[in-house]
Design a binder for this molecule. Structure first.
Ligand code: ATP
Ligand code: MG
Length: 234
């Protein structure tokens, strides 16, 4: 579904990703882990078209999407939810959700997609007229995820640190929602620091200095010495 082949990418002259290869299959639950500043967010930005790789290929659903603009990548069903929710604070929950239906095809079907999202997240539906700035942290993160699902035909949702800055009980809530999304057949890729949250992943990639240091099943990766060291080192 999502394939990165030997991707090099960064900011200006600074190369952050030094040849990253990874593959996330259709409907999989995958995670990227690693210490701060090692390139996890840069991987998501490069996959979603916000950054253009200096070399290597990005493929999605069998198509080469290297260098494709972000709005087109989103139209293909590859959705990037940046860290920290980034809602429009002075807009209502519903206005924030509708802002996620910017693509032509999604805009046409926004009423249908809004109904689908409200069905998946009833607690958000109850708050549709509430200003985003008055939401709790967990609710904000849920709305950010729901906004990503307002796109038509979502195939893979990439969520950057869904638990950042949240109290444990709110993190439970957010991961419960992620579980519900997975049940609908949508693939999920999370950047996550907490081993507990990714114990049931199909595959985990450990990123170190812009390279894949280790990859494997949740059990293989989470029980390895390298990962223990990476966590202790962060
Ligand atoms: N816009 C930018 N311009 C220049 N350098 C940047 C920019 N964004 C990130 N970097 C640098 O790229 C490197 C990788 O950053 P990235 O955000 O991918 O790390 P990360 O693994 O997501 O870290 P964290 O766990 O803190 O979110 C860091 O050294 C960072 O300072
Ligand atoms: Mg990051």
């Amino acid at each position: 579904m999502l394939v990165l082949e030997n991707v090099r990418s960064g900011y200006g002259q600074v190369e952050v990703l030094k040849g990253v290869s990874l593959e996330i299959k259709k409907g999989e639950y995958a995670a990227i882990i690693g210490a701060n500043g090692h390139g996890k967010t840069t991987i998501l930005r490069t996959a979603s078209g916000l950054l253009r790789p200096s070399s290597g290929r990005v493929k999605f659903d069998g198509e080469d999407i290297t260098g494709m603009p972000p709005y087109k990548v989103a139209e293909k069903g590859l959705i990037h939810i940046p860290e920290g929710a980034r809602l429009f604070p002075q807009m209502t929950v519903q206005e924030n959700l509708v802002a996620g239906a910017f693509a032509k095809s999604s805009w046409r079907n926004k009423a249908k997609n809004l109904a689908r999202v409200y069905q998946l997240f009833p607690n958000i539906a109850e708050r549709k007229n509430q200003l985003a700035l008055t939401l709790s942290g967990g609710e904000r993160q849920t709305v950010a995820i729901a906004r990503g699902l307002m796109a038509e035909n979502v195939k893979l949702l990439m969520i950057d640190e869904p638990s950042a800055g949240l109290a444990p009980i709110l993190i439970d809530e957010v991961y419960e929602k992620i579980g519900e999304i997975r049940k609908t057949g949508v693939g999920v890729l999370v950047v996550e620091q907490s081993p507990k949250r990714i114990a049931d992943c199909d595959c985990i990639y450990l990123i170190e200095n812009g390279e894949v240091r280790m990859q494997g099943s949740a059990k293989e990766v989470l029980e390895s010495k390298e990962v223990m060291q990476a966590y202790l080192g962060s």
